[in-house]
Structures are given as structure tokens and as C-alpha cells.
Design a protein around this ligand. Sequence first.
Ligand SMILES: [Zn+2]
Length: 232
Amino acid sequence: LAIRRITCAGEPGASIPTTKRRMEEAWGAKVYDHIGATEIGAWSYECMEQPGGLHVNEALFLVEIEDIETGEIITEPERPGKMVITAFDRIAQPCVRFDSKDVIQWAKEPCDCGRTFRLIKGGVIGRADDITKVKGVLLAPTAIEEVVRGIPELGNDYEVIVDKKGDIDEITLKIEILEEALSRKDEILASLKDQLRLKTNLGYKIEVFPYGSLPRYEVKARRFKDLRKKGH
Ligand SMILES: [Zn+2]
């Protein structure tokens, strides 16, 4: 197949460097991320420079970022918050300060491509419903995906379950190890735990499953489950 470019939407994968790399290697094509929503329109795109983030199309949209807990407007870079968006070109169904529940953050530097439309770093880094405090630490599921897909011996599929043991939050990460790598299981798990602690500041209970046994998703993946919320 002579596919040269792939544009992805609907999931954060194309902005997670290790997932992007897996897709680019599998297809032999460049992978670009794009974010939009039915209620809003196509509000962002990744340019050819691929700066590790997406430009907001500021000719047609006003994007604001609010602190998830306080609602304070965030203007400084690299502080995640909830996106609130206004579309300038919608007439039939106006979109004024729409809460998309996407969690994003401004990038520190402008893009080398020369566009002055602001960049959001790392694309959509989570959903406001999924970004949650675990043991008092903010956890974005995309950070876990970045680690899992950066380890070549692990399969693409994984699941994260947050639950409470007594008063203590516990995170279980279910992963698959490729069959040919099973002999090095201990070494792989040690490296996985180290990287997770580094990227997310949290400890995990790891459960290893045979390759091919975790759920596969065809549309939007539901890999993150917070069981602490049941009954609320
Ligand atoms: Zn650019």
C-alpha cells in the first residue's frame, strides 16, 4: 500500500509519541493528529513541522483553558486544564464557551513552521472525566499509554483500573507481553514500573495477560476505569 500520510482523530493516540511511532512503523507513513468535535467543528491541526502539539485554528475559534477544580483561566504554558471553546463561524447552532471536557495545555514555545496560531502541547491529554486524583496526584491516562507503548516487548492493548483498598487508592495496570519476550518478563516489568513512576509519580500493581487476551476496541477505546466513583 502506498499510503504516505494518515490523519487520526477521535483518540489521543497520534499525539502520544510512542503510539504515533508504532502507527508510523506499521504503515510506513507519516501520522498526523487532528482534533475536532461534532458540536464545535475542526478546531485544531498538526502542521508538517510536527512540533509535538497541535495548532489551534484561531481564525475561527477562541480556545480558553480553565482550571479543572477552580474554573480559573489558565494562560501559562504546560499547566493542564479543561478546554472551553467558542466558534466564530457557527450560525445555526451557536457554540459559545462550550465545555468539551477535553484536557489540554498551552505549549511554551511558538512553532518553527512560522504560524502564529497558538500550540497546545501533546494534543488532548485526557478527558476531564478521566483525569483524576489518585493518592493526591493528578493522573492522565495518556501518560500511562506513552509508557506502555514505548516498551517494544508489550502489546498495544492495556487497561487501567483505579480502585480503593480501604482508604488507599490502588491502580492496577493490565498489560500483555509478546510471547517471544516472556522469558525476560521480570526485566520488562521492572523497567515498566520505573518508567511509570518517573512519568506519573505513582506506583502500580501490574497484571500480565497472555498476548491477545485483553479487550480490543474498534471505535473509542475504554481502557481507563475508575471504580471509586461507583455509587456516587
Ligand atoms: Zn506549526
